[in-house]
Design a protein around this ligand. Structure first.
Ligand code: URA
Length: 203
């Protein structure tokens, strides 16, 4: 798929998500939060679900967890324009409760299209829900996030090999002051993977 096709497909999907009524969350949402960034990104970050600010603005990670996320991105010289950022759920669960399994089931078709279309080299999962979904999808052995965070896994997929990086959710740093240093440490992995990938591309 060329760059233009990727952008059009992502735009068509955004419109479909805006009309989605596949689960109960459409009755309580203000806006859908489809995701944003570059449809040609080498790195895709996947969070859990929109919170209050995201629901109001229709954009991912614009609240307190978003401030942490921006700091982490900045620490590895990445910008939101260079990455693709989305969530497992495209609508806010009431009171920010955990996603329910039927909601995940109803919603991940859109995420699957985002992954296939953007076709990133690296998929970074933010928190338990994204990690569980992506590890299962790509046949990686599922372990607790405390055991896998900051590590790189390789998955062979129908559309090429992908690096999977599991990370703690940035929101943890808003209530556990020690976690920001773990997240900053874990994010350093992107520098080495991106360097390695660009060396492969230049070879
Ligand atoms: N938490 C998430 O997982 N996603 C958002 O978009 C915001 C907060």
């Amino acid at each position: 798929m060329d760059d233009q096709e990727k952008s059009s497909k992502i735009e068509r999907l955004r419109k479909q998500i805006a009309r989605c009524k596949r689960c109960r969350l459409h009755t309580t949402r203000t806006h859908t939060v489809p995701g944003e960034g570059s449809a040609q990104a080498a790195v895709m970050f996947i969070g859990e679900a929109p919170g209050r600010n995201e629901d109001l603005q229709g954009k991912p990670f614009v609240g307190r967890a978003g401030e942490v996320f921006d700091r982490l991105l900045d620490s590895v010289n990445l910008t939101r324009e260079e990455i693709y950022l989305c969530n497992i759920l495209k609508c806010r669960p009431p009171e920010n409760r955990n996603p329910l399994s039927d909601e995940i089931h109803a919603c991940v078709g859109s995420l699957d299209i985002q992954i296939k279309t953007v076709d990133p080299k690296i998929i970074a999962t933010l928190g338990k829900f994204a990690t569980t979904y992506i590890f299962e999808k790509f046949g990686l052995p599922l372990r607790n996030i405390s055991e896998v965070h900051g590590k790189v896994f390789e998955a062979e997929t129908a559309f090429g090999s992908k690096r999977i990086v599991a990370l703690y959710h940035p929101a943890v740093a808003t209530y556990d002051g020690n976690k920001i240093s773990v997240l900053l440490d874990d994010f350093r992995i992107f520098k080495s993977i991106l360097k390695e990938l660009s060396a492969i591309a230049e070879a």
